[in-house]
Design a protein around this ligand. Structure first.
Ligand code: GCO
Length: 255
């Protein structure tokens, strides 16, 4: 079988790895051969993810850390490199949602969303790239975007702005770091059944809207993002950088 998608011998770091999309991606990367550094705020939840990753015969490092503490990210990342010897694949999943109409959103909520969803991603990418360039090794970054990279649903203004930022940050870093063999891409999910979207699934009107708007007529599952991430993390995407890969059930294709 082709080794094009094989991640054996690679170490991936996944943020938001305690649940939802991050947990599914950590397990999926392990299924394709990667050892995985698991990052989220709570050790207990990460330990549960570690059990599922290790069931695939892969190694894990459980690294509880609150990425909202952006100035401490470089020091945290140095500890990861010391323990692992270096990370090959960085998957930025961690993100929060604060729902309010733009007229009502507080500056505190705006700053909290932009800090974690965008500033933390930039600083972690910077730490990753500095180590890769210093060690002369290639790197693969996959940022998790959203349909909000392209459009907006009322009540998610900070999240939309942050994901628009992820879209352009992905392209900017791809352009600047291609020369170092660091490829930077994004996977942009449609409406996926996670804790973040639970309030929408609990609302019959919004749940029906999603099911009618997506040509595939259903919510996506976190595991349905694994293939796109493995593609962008592996040699299968060797000439792909700066790309936003939508996994959205046909949402954006639908007028
Ligand atoms: C919302 C949702 C969306 C989804 C996702 C769609 O309130 O509309 O939270 O933002 O999470 O980003 O791609």
């Amino acid at each position: 079988m082709s080794s094009l998608f094989d991640l054996s011998g690679k170490i991936a770091l996944v943020t938001g790895a305690s649940r939802g999309i991050g947990k599914a991606l950590a397990v999926g990367l392990a299924e394709h051969g990667a050892d995985v550094v698991l990052v989220a705020r709570t050790k207990e939840a990460l330990d549960r993810t570690a059990v599922e990753v290790e069931a695939h015969g892969r190694r894990t490092w459980v690294k509880p850390f609150d990425l909202a503490h952006v100035p401490q990210i470089p020091e945290f990342y140095r500890s990861v490199v010391e323990e692992t010897g270096g990370v090959d694949i960085l998957v930025n999943v961690a993100g929060i949602q604060r729902r309010a109409l733009a007229l009502d959103l507080t500056l505190e909520d705006w700053n909290e969303v932009l800090e974690l969803n965008l500033s933390a991603v930039f600083v972690l990418c910077q730490a990753f790239a500095r180590e890769r360039i210093g060690s002369g090794k290639p790197g693969r970054i996959i940022n998790i975007g959203s349909l909000m990279c392209e459009g907006h649903r009322p009540t998610t203004v900070a999240y939309t702005a942050s994901k628009g930022g992820i879209r352009q940050l992905t392209k900017a870093l791809a352009v600047e770091w291609a020369r170092y063999d660091i490829r930077v891409n994004a996977v942009a999910p449609g409406y996926i059944a996670t804790e973040m979207t639970q309030p929408l699934r609990d609302n019959p009107e919004l749940d029906d809207w999603v099911r009618r708007r997506a040509p595939m007529g259903r919510w996506g599952e976190p595991r349905e993002l694994v293939g796109a991430v493995v593609f962008l993390a592996s040699e299968a995407s060797s000439y792909v950088t700066g790309h936003i890969l939508y996994v959205d059930g046909g949402w954006l294709a639908n007028l």
